[in-house]
Design a protein around this ligand. Sequence first.
Ligand SMILES: NC(=O)c1ccc[n+]([C@@H]2O[C@H](COP(=O)([O-])OP(=O)(O)OC[C@H]3O[C@@H](n4cnc5c(N)ncnc54)[C@H](O)[C@@H]3O)[C@@H](O)[C@H]2O)c1
Length: 288
Amino acid sequence: MAYNLLKGKKGIIFGALNPDSIAWKVAERAYEEGATFTLTNTSVALRMGETAQLAEKTNSTLIAADATNVADLENLVKQSMEILGGKIDFVLHSIGMSPNVRKGRHYSDLDYNYLEKTLDISAISFHKVMQVCRKMDAINEWGSVIALSYVAAQRTFYGYNDMADAKALLESIARSFGYIYGRERNVRVNTVSQSPTQTTAGAGVKGMDRLMDFGERMSPLGNATGDECADYCITLFSDLTRKVTMQNLFHDGGFSSMGMSMRALEQYEKGLECDCDTDNGSCDHKFD
Ligand SMILES: NC(=O)c1ccc[n+]([C@@H]2O[C@H](COP(=O)([O-])OP(=O)(O)OC[C@H]3O[C@@H](n4cnc5c(N)ncnc54)[C@H](O)[C@@H]3O)[C@@H](O)[C@H]2O)c1
């Protein structure tokens, strides 16, 4: 159901690759709610992915930009303002990638060049986007900027690897930039910490299926889906949340406040029958 929550609002949406992408779902919902926007991704992703179909469906223009490249971002913001006819009201940063995860590097054996890439793509790019927007005075008063995060920023989730460090930095950037952008231009900046979701990026996380099952059993409301995440982002882009800023907002069915649920405990007890003995050295997962 549409409520016209974004009627007349303009934006830039990063990170829609295919229909599973959270950004894809946000774009569809933003369109339904009356927003106009540009869609952006790397030129490789635009060539390989399905974003052109989304652009057609939502009447929006595709602009290639590597979010780690400031010149690309300047061009993106300039072009977006030209196409949309003025300053924008919202930005979605829905970008994540870790070469260490992709190449299967263990967290205790990181490749540091890869780590720099992880941090640049998944966190520092958020700073770059906001710095470019601020310098170009591209965002209207009471505009809203969101990046997507994950609870591994606060707690250790084995397998999330160096993406956990990237998410911690991402959330810190939201607070630090949120202060400046809020004081100067009344622009709000938040991160949405989403449940594990089956997407291309999500599929790269070690043990994703089990993580999703664990989240489902632990969360009183169950895992939040990508569509539900899109709904939440729409409220944060709308005028109904104008005083929410510098927050990391958990959108996870209650997972982040849980210690142990009965459903998870019952499943754990079943698993005890085939416990792997970590003391006798026979277990491959001794340190996992
Ligand atoms: N899927 C999950 O379980 C989950 C949970 C919480 C948070 N998130 C976060 O949600 C966001 C979106 O991920 P998703 O799950 O929709 O997966 P996705 O793979 O659909 O989206 C990731 C996007 O990042 C883009 N990207 C990568 N490098 C880039 C660069 N240099 N410049 C511009 N774009 C680049 C990719 O092309 C892709 O479109 C990420 O920040 C991710 O960490 C995902």
